[in-house]
Design a binder for this molecule. Structure first.
Ligand code: GAP
Length: 519
């Protein structure tokens, strides 16, 4: 079942000049999109003394557009490129790592600092192999694999359309067989085939939290309900990785395990679904491109009572609406499966311990009711890389003026922008202007990510900052030397205002964090 927004975006009008959009459609567009987007699509603006009539795209038309921007502007590069690359591995460049860190910091702040009931953790990537035995991953963390007998492609059986090889169209495929997604390695200087040395790179961060449940409970003296959050790398030997950073073999997860009393799990689950949906909007992802997807019973993981995915419209170019969406995060009710399975006490019908290897019992004693039980777990689990992709796609916009020149503007939420302000000298051959611009940049540096740039004419410099999503450009000109004021240009409106240098830090901080300024 699907719900949420997912409105049609009247895509076919996106590339029409404003003058060709009829008044009725213009009215519909005005009602469909939020204020920011309507303004971006239909406004006739005077931008720094030039009247520009423009239309724009309101998010990326496809992932390929982002791949190209990402490489051009230093967000994401294909990994190991000088050696021919490594399938589906990507490196984050100077802009990419800033955005990536902003996503993680925003999640951590929201999840840990702004609440009273969550602790943080950073567990090992390589855990004792038994963790993955009792979690069920050794047995069940498989994808059904088929081979195409005609072109030898290896494919996921559950992703085939009409039972055909997507490579060559053949239906001459092998029977599906399970393929375990965990990467194996060996610890210590032992033989490659020594089973005692076999370990896995973790395929999810969650298990590191479960095995530390008692440690966190005892050291933080928490009472239910409470959660433990972790951000870290996970690894899956995906059969068919692809679509840029959407599905890779190495990726990063932001997971939180929220422990509740059995019986309180369903309410807590719904609250986390709603909260996560709002969090994506709070970092600038439009609800037009988000929806909730209720996993049907047959799709549920072995531990889950109910799972709801938040999906993003990663593939807007696909004709059929249903095929435009894919998972951004999952929010699962994992019941008491994990704490029980890692505990030494539970027994089968014959009184045999289900886990003879564990040395601890991960149950909880409720002082009020004097009862001991295994807490239920609600798990919001998001991918950092997929969030970065959704944020980039959603922020992408194009603006074409009446001369037919198209500009890319990355309308990132201020908190996501890699650079908050660029200080630009209007004349780079005037030492006084350059000196003043550099001094202003240095004074802003402790407060926000600021850069100085004089590597082009002012138009080019603005265009470059628009493309990487810098919310504000500060220009130092001849007049600045006399009136100690600078021009502050807004990325989204291209409007400019004159601000005294002494007021600049407060002026910019108020614009970048309006909520903090209002306090
Ligand atoms: N602990 C639960 C868990 O790992 P999941 O749905 O398999 O659940 C959670 O993963 C999130 O991690 C996904 O919603 C997705 O954002 C991200 N993710 C999973 N596999 C990925 C991959 N191969 N590449 C990039 N991100 C991935």
């Amino acid at each position: 079942m699907v719900w949420g927004s997912g409105k049609s975006r009247l895509d076919r009008h996106k590339s029409l000049p404003v003058s060709l959009i009829d008044p009725l459609t213009r009215m519909v567009l005005t009602r469909c999109f939020d204020h920011r987007r309507v303004a971006a699509t239909l406004a006739i603006r005077s931008a720094y003394s030039q009247l520009t009539i423009y239309h724009s795209l309101v998010s990326a038309p496809n992932i390929e557009t982002i791949v190209s921007l990402a490489k051009r502007r230093g967000f994401v590069y294909p990994s190991s490129e000088i050696y021919g690359g490594l399938g589906s591995a990507w490196d984050y460049g100077p802009m990419g790592i800033e955005l990536y860190n902003n996503v993680k910091q925003s999640w951590w702040r929201w999840m840990v600092y702004e609440r009273d009931d969550i602790e943080g953790l950073d567990s090992s990537i390589i855990l004792n192999r038994k963790v993955w035995k009792y979690s069920g991953h050794e047995e069940t963390f498989n994808d059904p694999l088929v081979d195409c007998r005609d072109c030898q492609a290896r494919l996921r059986a559950d992703k085939l359309e009409n039972g055909k090889c997507p490579n060559c169209g053949s239906t001459n495929l092998t029977e599906p067989r399970p393929f375990n997604l965990m990467f194996q390695t060996h610890v210590g200087a032992t033989a490659e085939d020594d089973p005692d040395a076999l370990v896995y790179l973790r395929p999810e961060t969650a298990q590191g939290i479960f095995i530390n449940f008692l440690n966190v409970l005892n050291t933080s003296r928490r009472k239910l309900p409470f959660g433990v959050a972790q951000i870290g790398k996970s690894f899956r030997n995906e059969v068919t990785p692809g679509n840029f950073i959407f599905r890779t073999r190495e990726f990063e997860q932001m997971e939180m395990e929220y422990f509740v009393k059995p019986g309180e799990d369903e309410t807590a689950h719904q609250e986390w679904i709603d909260a996560c949906y709002q969090w994506f909007q709070s970092i600038g992802v439009s609800s037009d491109n988000l929806r909730l997807y209720e996993q049907p019973r047959e799709e549920l993981a072995h531990y889950a009572k109910r799972t709801v995915d938040i999906q993003y419209r990663f593939f807007p170019e696909r004709e059929e609406d249903e095929r435009q969406w894919d998972e951004l995060m999952g929010i699962a009710n994992r019941t008491d499966f994990d704490l029980k399975t890692h505990s030494k006490k539970p027994e089968d019908a014959e009184g045999k311990r289900l886990n003879p290897d564990s040395t601890e019992d991960l149950s909880y004693f409720d002082e009020q009711t004097k009862q001991r039980f295994y807490p239920y777990v609600i798990e919001p689990a998001a991918g950092v890389n997929r969030t970065v992709l959704a944020v980039l796609m959603d922020a992408y916009s194009e603006r074409t003026n009446d001369k037919g020149e198209t500009r890319v503007i990355l309308k990132l939420h201020h908190a996501m922008a890699p650079i908050k302000v660029a200080v630009l000298p209007l004349a780079k051959n005037k030492p006084e202007i350059v000196g003043m611009a550099k001094a202003i940049k240095r004074s802003l540096q402790p407060l926000m990510r600021a850069v100085y740039d004089d590597t082009g004419g002012i138009g080019k410099l603005y265009a470059r900052q628009d493309e990487i999503g810098t919310p504000f450009c500060v220009t130092v000109d001849h007049q600045s030397l006399e009136d100690e004021a600078v021009t502050v240009r807004d990325r989204d409106t291209w409007e400019q205002e004159r601000v005294k240098v002494s007021d600049l830090p407060t002026h910019l901080l108020a614009k970048l964090t309006p909520a903090a300024a209002a306090d």
